[in-house]
Design a protein around this ligand. Structure first.
Ligand code: HEC
Length: 99
């Protein structure tokens, strides 16, 4: 039993480490994909949809500000009320990375 607890703790630590090394994908998948991966919001990775927004708001930092405040059907913080600026920013970078 003690061994099991140790294992669980180790697994927990590993998961925390992954969350800290967040490249935005985890935040995006959890909070943003429901809209930005379905067409309810502008689709992630669609340059035609996002380049004009980047231009209008002066890049990722401008988009971060409007994502935090909310915009029309875009909920404040993209529904991630616990997200740090870094997490939101990383998610936006992920959304505005064009293939
Ligand atoms: C409930 C649906 C929904 C969720 C969840 C959501 N968004 Fe949005 N988002 C929208 C819609 C709709 C728009 C377009 C708003 C408009 O231009 O009227 C938008 C626009 C944006 C914009 C552009 C703002 C601008 O100034 O042009 C950013 C950046 C953004 N979302 C980031 C995010 C991030 C990051 C998350 C996750 C943490 C997220 N969104 C979650 C619906 C959503």
């Amino acid at each position: 039993m003690k061994k099991l607890m140790t294992l669980l703790c180790l697994a927990g630590a590993a998961m925390t480490a992954t969350a800290q090394a967040d490249d935005g994908v985890a935040t995006y998948n959890t909070y943003c994909m429901a809209c930005h991966g379905t067409g309810i919001g502008p689709m992630a990775g669609d340059k035609n949809l996002w380049q004009p927004r980047l231009d209008a708001k002066g890049g990722v930092d401008g988009l971060l500000a409007s994502a935090k405040a909310g915009l029309n059907a875009m909920p404040p913080m993209g529904t991630c009320m616990n997200c740090t600026d870094e997490q939101l920013r990383a998610a936006i970078v992920h959304i505005t990375t064009f293939k």
